[in-house]
Design a protein around this ligand. Structure first.
Ligand code: GLA
Length: 428
């Protein structure tokens, strides 16, 4: 089955009208991301090359009026009609040690992310000259719709975090600085939800540019948009398998990398530049050696793919992606049978330059760089091959790079039946 990018914006607005009986003042779209190359390098001060994709989460919202009964409440409903997220203002306090009850919040699902981001944005509103005049006591209410499956490695949580951050920034009249918003969302994920992830997802979601991948250097958080040639489509193959970053072996991999760096006498594995020391095998145990080798070679692969894209050498970019997959499978050991089967199916499908698993690993999605003209035949062949190998049905999303979290006009996403008097548009 092939999925067209469906219209989360329209669904978020329709849910708002249905829930609150009026049109929302604002609408935020917040993209998911895939990582072309540079996996597990973010928390090793390394290099990544993510792409924001047109599978997105949308949040329709209106600031509360001072006269409203719930003027100091943030209330967010999801289109699934499960229990809403409710945060009473002033925002809760976010501390680095993590407040008690964090485990319960991780279990709480998406509502924990809303609370955490409100707390992080609240801490920024209370500090910093640039935020002078920000008023974090005003509530807002909204509805969410998302085309991003949770746990599939497409950063559904970062998309949610940045959408909530944007709604707080608009309501509290905070300046919108995408990098700062990404940092705050990341703090919420680490310290409130309790997922010890790196900053890749939030930066990709907040700061990407349409038509471009984003080279990120995590040593200094500098970013460089890298044009993705028009002839190329990023195919996302969802294997239908899911994982949870709070409970998966993600934290273990992080600890293994830190241990390897300490034993090699460097602050982070990035400091090894492009090769392991000659005596690495004597100083590391075999597991640490494999983890360190993945990080060092992966940083080099990011530079190679950037250079290949810049000269439109898609065959080489694709070959490096396949190397990256092998390294994640054999050295970093975060692959899984379904991810492997999907990459194998991509490799032999028409028009494929290269493919690899993407995201934290263990389950979720693989990506392939494909020739736009072969999109249909590629899709058919991959789904057939994946089914033959695993007995499972995959889903293919065909994407071009999109821009980061932004406000979009409400007006053009209103349901047709909405009364004209409710049409109030809140665009930038
Ligand atoms: C997850 C994390 C990111 C990054 C990737 C692996 O998506 O959220 O910070 O570490 O895994 O590259």
């Amino acid at each position: 089955m092939t999925a067209e990018a469906p219209d989360a914006a329209r669904r978020a607005v329709a849910a708002f009208v249905e829930t609150f009986g009026a049109a929302p003042r604002y609408l935020v779209r917040s993209p998911g991301r895939v990582n072309l190359i540079g996996e597990h390098t973010d928390y090793n001060d390394g290099l990544c090359l993510p792409v924001a994709v047109g599978l997105e989460l949308c949040l329709a919202f209106s600031p509360a009026e001072p006269t409203d009964e719930a003027a100091a409440l943030i209330e967010v409903f999801s289109e699934d009609r499960d229990a809403p997220a409710r945060v009473h203002l002033p925002p809760p306090v976010l501390s680095a040690s993590g407040p008690p009850g964090r485990a319960a919040r991780a279990q709480a699902g998406w509502t924990g992310y809303v609370e955490g981001v409100v707390a992080a944005m609240g801490s920024a509103a209370g500090a910093g000259a640039s935020q002078a005049g920000a008023d974090a006591s005003r509530g807002w209410f909204g509805t969410l719709a998302s085309d991003l499956p949770a746990g599939a490695g497409l950063s559904s949580s970062a998309a949610l975090e940045l959408a909530v951050a944007r709604a707080c920034a608009v309501t509290w009249r905070q300046d919108w600085d995408p990098v700062e918003a990404a940092r705050l969302a990341h703090r919420a994920e680490n310290h409130w939800v309790g997922a010890a992830t790196g900053l890749l997802d939030q930066l990709a979601c907040a700061t990407s540019t349409a038509g471009h991948a984003l080279r990120i250097d995590f040593r200094d958080l500098t970013t460089l948009p890298v044009a993705v040639p028009d002839s190329v489509v990023v195919a996302i193959v969802d294997t239908g398998t899911r994982r949870d970053l709070v409970t998966s072996a993600y934290g273990q991999r992080r600890a293994e990398c830190e241990r390897a760096a300490a034993r090699l006498g460097v602050d982070s594995l990035r400091d090894l530049a492009d090769r392991l020391p000659a005596d690495a095998a004597d100083r590391l145990d075999p597991v640490e050696l494999r983890r360190a080798r993945h990080i060092v070679t992966e940083n080099t692969r990011v530079q190679e793919v950037v250079a290949a894209l810049l000269r439109s050498d898609l065959a080489h970019a694709g070959a490096v992606l396949l190397d990256g997959h092998r390294s994640l499978r054999d050295d970093f050991e975060v692959c899984g049978p379904e991810l492997d089967a999907a990459v194998a199916a991509c490799r032999t499908a028409p028009g494929c330059h290269g493919a690899r698993m993407t995201g934290g690993g263990f389950a979720g999605c693989v990506i392939a760089l494909i020739d736009a003209r072969s999109a249909d035949t590629f899709t058919e062949a991959v789904l057939r091959g994946y089914r033959a190998a695993t007995g499972r049905d995959g889903v293919v999303h065909l994407c071009r790079p999109v821009g980061g979290t932004s406000l979009i006009p409400v007006q053009e996403h209103l349901p047709r039946t909405t009364n004209d008097s409710t049409k109030e548009s809140g665009q930038e």
